[in-house]
Write a protein that binds this ligand. Sequence first.
Ligand code: MET
Ligand SMILES: [Zn+2]
Length: 319
Amino acid sequence: MADFIRQSGGYAVIDGGLATELERHGADLNDPLWSATCLIHSPDLIRRVHLDYLEAGASIIITASYQATIQGFEAKGLSREEAEVLLRRSVEIACEARDIYHERCAKGTCLEQRPILVAASVGSYGAYLADGSEYSGHYGAAVTLETLKDFHRRRVQVLAESGADLIAFETIPNKLEAKAYAELLDEENIKIPAWFSFTSLDGINVVSGDSLIECASIADSCKQVVAVGINCTPPRFIHGLILLIQKVTTKPVVIYPNSGETYDGVRKEWVKSSGVQDGDFVSYVSKWREAGASLFGGCCRTSPHTIRAISMTLSSYLQ
Ligand code: MET
Ligand SMILES: [Zn+2]
């Protein structure tokens, strides 16, 4: 990752929200599988959104596997084999988008020829539960380290062998899950690198209340982890969180905040924050770069428009 960042000029742009962008194009994600439902019903739309992000300047695209779990597909009546095929499919779709983008470049009709990485998304156990616990990080005493490792094991193995360049462990809400991922990477001898990305609602701790410093230290000690950071968190918290992470790691810092709105699970809609205004997301980017982050993108409710603006801000910052 450090080499990739160096080759890309000291920073790299990630894509923006995938699920919320699929929704903006009309996909109905009101389903326990959330965006993974599109792997079954609208793979072409996923490919199109990946391509939109590439055209907007992203060099890393994250697959639609965030809420794609073998257990979740089985609950829909699919077989284990079918579930594994869909997991692989999420990576294939992103690779197809990359191929199409490179074909456009060969014809001289793309934004810019550049190396592109495909990151296989792994959402948290709470995301699979689809009960909001990905944003509380409270799984209850019955959920142990072993529960989480067993839950994630096969999915991580399948994604690691799928042709993805790395695994993006996203929206990690607590220390236990970070530990489970670190142990899994080691025990399963996973051959591709990974990033660990946490969420925070207070700008100090991860959403469960566990210390971000402790969570980031777990990521730092894991040799397969090539970047550590924050996603799906309001932009106003990011600057302080970057500084905290850097207290315990020299690995590249990855950040892809959401738009600053919060999801109301009862009303099933995004609402503007009533507290501090986030203003224009992009106005923060230079500050985050100065603080030392090196991978930048967006999460829920950000769009190709956001990513284009981030990409332009960063390239002008270099000049
Ligand atoms: C709740 S965070 C979702 C992250 C996922 N990569 C997406 O953009 O859909
Ligand atoms: Zn998000």
